[in-house]
Design a protein around this ligand. Structure first.
Ligand SMILES: [Zn+2]
Length: 314
């Protein structure tokens, strides 16, 4: 006759077997949105931009962009992210160029876990006749995205809902031509959007957030008219909560930027940009024109919005 386990002993045994697995994918509570948002350091983001600017001009296809890439990859790995190089070669007005998007996910995340993307571009515009290092245009978004990676990483269950994407080739080789071929500009985001559709992963994504030119002193982000209403409302609400509302408003028109092909593909993506930047595409777009306080305003307000969107990302 088999010995019967006392019920209490049996349940203890079951618990002992199950407990080691209980941590897997359990939803640890996130810090309150304002507490979490304040973990984003504008100074850290600024320090990354200083490193990027020190590589000098880094247009698509240049050895300096490869150095920039290695810096981004090293930082991301230090924070616990894996980085995929999405390579492709497209014909450009300067002949074929190999472009490389960097796609980061938490080290233990599955690509099918991603529910949202936060993205920027890390290339700087090529000029034959001027030294252009793109502290704001190329640098600010990249520095901020690296800082976001650091802040998100410890919140593993939340972080695995995000894909952080660093686009190559946002800048036009000559001039933007984005509606019809022959295309120029938005090379990386066009390829990423098409690849996302081809991979059949698009339906798992809820939204995208794009950062471009967010470091301007006294930053005022102006949402293009084609911005997804839900995202704009969310960011306005976040800015109300953090006291940064005066730094966000609407643009009169639209903007040629990396959100266009993501939106066309069906991934509603909001473009956070302060285009009221006189040194734009001039040798004056240098480190002294950007401000850690501005990077903090945009980084923290966006992060607050992401936390408020957590339920949508399960
Ligand atoms: Zn530019």
């Amino acid at each position: 006759m088999p010995r019967r386990f006392p019920v209490r002993l049996l349940s203890t045994l079951i618990l002992a077997i199950l407990l080691p697995f209980a941590g897997c994918h359990s939803q640890a509570p996130l810090p309150a949105p304002d507490v979490f948002a304040k973990q984003f350091s504008g100074q850290n983001a600024f320090d990354h931009v200083a490193k990027l600017v020190a590589f000098g001009p880094h247009p698509s296809g240049s050895p300096e962009l490869e150095q920039t890439r290695q810096y981004i990859e090293t930082q991301l790995r230090t924070f616990g992210w894996t980085v995929e190089r999405q390579k492709f070669t497209d014909p450009t007005p300067h002949g074929p160029i190999e472009f490389i998007n960097l796609i980061a996910r938490p080290a233990d995340a599955d690509p099918n876990d991603s529910r949202a993307i936060v993205c920027t571009h890390y290339d700087t515009k090529w000029f034959a006749d001027q030294r252009f290092v793109g502290a704001d245009d190329g640098g600010s978004g990249t520095g901020a995205l690296l800082e976001l990676a650091r802040v998100l990483a410890p919140q593993k269950d939340f972080a695995r809902r995000f894909e952080l994407v660093f686009f190559d080739g946002e800048e036009a080789i000559r001039e933007f031509h984005v509606d019809l071929p022959p295309y120029d500009g938005l090379w990386g985001s066009r390829h990423y959007a098409h690849a996302l559709v081809a991979s059949k992963r698009l339906p798992q994504f809820k939204f995208g957030v794009l950062w471009d030119m967010i470091g301007n002193r006294d930053v005022v982000i102006k949402f293009p008219q084609d911005s997804p209403t839900k995202a704009v409302r969310g960011i306005f609400a976040a800015s109300d909560a953090l006291g940064t509302r005066s730094h966000f408003g609407y643009l009169r028109g639209n903007m040629v930027d990396d959100h266009l092909d993501l939106n066309s593909a069906g991934l509603p993506t909001v473009d956070l940009i302060d285009f009221n930047f006189p040194p734009w595409h001039t040798p004056g777009d240098t480190l002294d024109k950007i401000d850690a306080a501005s990077l903090a305003i945009v980084g923290q307000t966006t992060l607050y919005h992401l936390v408020q969107s957590a339920a949508e990302l399960r």
